[in-house]
Ligand binder design. Structure first.
Ligand SMILES: C[S@@+](CC[C@H](N)C(=O)[O-])C[C@H]1O[C@@H](n2cnc3c(N)ncnc32)[C@H](O)[C@@H]1O
Length: 272
């Protein structure tokens, strides 16, 4: 998800051409067989962090540095090194969203992530909202199996111990059947694919398009309120945002005062 914008930030920071070439080469390698489906060793995880972000410790997830989570038996595939929402961004969004929902008098019971990937964003949202039920779907069975196993290891550390968790190897379109009649937050974070270019991120071009996912979720007709968190980028195709905001109620969002987060991450929070 954060591939192209990482490159933009690198450009903005005047990183030299060699480093950028390394970034694109590494990203391409990790998203292509056999690396995309390979479980990375700790050496490969550190190298991915170095190549993608200039920091061998960049792949911090579940509140831990790579060596710490790797020592616990947590594993990721090559493609996940590119796609994962790393701790600092996941934590920022999760705390911001939890703050806004609490300020609006809403206590979230369930968090559902239909494009769960590593589950790192789901993990931080469950922690920040103190939801008691979490559900992750992913169409890629290998990713889903690994994610489920990683969460079992987090449980051994007594993380999320009051949360009921389920993971299903399913297409996102099945997610409405996992929404119960309780206040629910759904993470809408489909692969960006070709949706991000020089014009910015166009939410109508993600795979699947974000408006389609929102329509399907709203059609679930549950009695509890449904909120949707859409992770985005500071550079957006405005028509794609306007089209969504005119159909749903947008809640206020928070900007980070950390320049690294501010330049890379933004989000939309809706009540459907
Ligand atoms: C950008 S990643 C999500 C990253 C996640 N937020 C994290 O923190 O790791 C998108 C995920 O959506 C999954 N995916 C793609 N198409 C899907 C579909 N039709 N239904 C469910 N999952 C899908 C991919 O396998 C991938 O793991």
């Amino acid at each position: 998800m954060f591939g192209m914008q990482e490159a933009r930030v690198a450009l903005a920071h005047d990183v030299n051409d060699t480093r950028l070439t390394g970034y694109f080469a590494s990203r391409q390698r990790l998203l292509t067989p056999p690396w995309d489906g390979k479980q990375l060793t700790i050496g490969e995880i550190r190298r991915a962090g170095q190549d993608l972000a200039g920091d061998s410790n960049d792949l911090r997830i579940f509140g831990m540095a790579p060596v710490a989570w790797y020592a616990l038996g947590i594993r990721i595939l090559g493609r996940t090194a590119v796609e994962v929402t790393r701790d600092r961004y996941a934590e920022f969004m999760a705390k911001s969203v939890a703050h806004t929902l609490a300020s609006n008098g809403c206590r979230i019971s369930d968090v559902i992530d239909p494009f769960v990937g590593s589950g790192n964003l789901l993990y931080h949202l469950l922690q920040a909202t103190m939801a008691t039920r979490g559900c992750g779907l992913d169409i890629n069975r290998d990713i889903l199996t690994l994610t489920e196993s990683n969460f079992s290891r987090l449980r051994l550390l007594r993380r999320l111990r009051h949360t009921r968790l389920t993971f299903q190897p399913l297409d996102w379109s099945q997610s409405p059947s996992y929404i119960e009649n309780r206040a629910t937050l759904v993470v809408v974070c489909p692969p960006w694919g070709d949706a991000f270019d020089e014009a910015g991120l166009d939410l109508r071009k993600t795979a699947p398009p974000v408006p389609n996912v929102l329509r399907t979720l709203r059609g679930s007709e549950r009695s509890g309120p449904i909120f949707a968190l859409i992770p985005t980028h500071p550079s957006m195709v405005t028509e794609s945002v306007d089209a969504i905001k005119q159909d749903y109620t947008a809640l206020s969002t928070i900007k980070s005062d950390d320049p690294d987060i501010f330049e890379r991450i933004d989000y939309i929070l809706l009540r459907l």
